[in-house]
Design a protein around this ligand. Sequence first.
Ligand SMILES: [Zn+2]
Length: 502
Amino acid sequence: MSSTIPLAVIGGSGFYDMPGLSQVEEAIIETPFGPTSDSIRIGTLEGNRVAFLARHGRGHVLLPSELPQRANFWALKSLGVERVLSVSAVGSLRQDYRPGHFVTPHQLIDRTRGVRASTFFGNGVVAHIAFAEPFCPAMRVATRQAVEAAGATVHRDGVYVVMEGPAFSTRAESELHREWRADLIGMTALPEAKLAREAELCYATLASVTDYDAWNEGRTVDATTVFATLAKNVATAQLAVRELAKVLPPGEGCGCRTALDSALVTQPSSIGAENRERLRPILARGLGENGMTMLVTGWVALDDIETPFGKAERSLGGSATATALAGALFTDVRILAVVGEDFPDAHRRKLEHPHIDTAGIKTIEGGKTSVWGARYSYDMNSRETWYPELGVSIAHLPPVLPEWRDSTVACLAAGHPAYQRDLIASLDSPKVTLVDTIKMFIDENPAELRETMRLADFVTLNESEARELAKLPSIARAGRSLVRRWCEDGHHQAGRIRRRPD
Ligand SMILES: [Zn+2]
């Protein structure tokens, strides 16, 4: 996964593909609310990253009442989606909103029957979102302009009644909705709009009118008529989506992105780990857990381990691997490393965690993956290490991807100190930098390493490395000496360490 996806499109009836979406990757996201309606297709459309989800599944296999909407929105949010356009087929409750026309509704009336889960909250976390304006105003304007650019008729406003379905309305119900001054009737805009607001996504519905519902005598609605008009509308909607992808509305000023600031009632300290995990993408920003993206560099390598009890050969190893997998437990991780052509696919799959962006792992043509060897003694404490194959990690030092310069935490696992320094310098404004090193670099050029340590907020050293760097045999003395020399404020071997002002 990568940092953000400015637009996601939920395709309704008939809208099962997004023509023009290129370089498509399919994401299957596990969510605490079960599987999504379909895999999420992520690609490039008109130069922007766009995600596409077929609301009813590609073969249209889910009734409106059966849609896993919480899973869908949880997954979109976890992918870094910022805006959602939901395309929905509707019936018209007024003469001038004709079949073939489009509407960007401004209001909703909920006539679902309470069988749809319509909130992420509950089970110990309480939030009441403001919902007086259920759609993002900026998205509505941009969507309307996109439909106009696609050459179709679009009406600015509409009150959309969401019914449970799957049967269409009776004539009496249709008349009733008209008396309520509703303009459109459909089956899906709720709970979508509520969940989108809870997930702090900009959300609008593009309603495509397929029929006149049941009020218009002599034009009784049936699925065949609906689907015939639908096919034409879908082609127009797809054009409109391409137009929208060209000109994304601004994300500020509408309030959607901060909807939970005034909505979350439960004290953060009362939200336990289980709920934080269940609602992770939803609550991350509000709980201050967002905005943290961890850049990890170092080795993605192979380990040969020997112990008196058994042996493992070419298992997945490397400092970057361990750091990335650990970091992914609590935040989004970007991993920058090189591997050889021999790097096994099975290992690669282990790194393809939903919270690890592996776009920075480069395979070096004709190269061999670095191998680290260790032999442990009976107590599994002391060991000897060596490098059976130094591999590509020594010679190839990948620069940070331009879109990763905004990383807020940099974990620079063992790597050449000059390279670590370059990486720190190439980040926009990292909040925390952690530098790890190994004996190889302490032996090679300690002065260069010290230069790098000056730039870091944290330096991790194991016992022997600390002794070696300080040139003192006692770990306690080595720790004190390093802290005294390198840290403004520290305590024994570890402690509060702040960058020393130059
Ligand atoms: Zn918005």
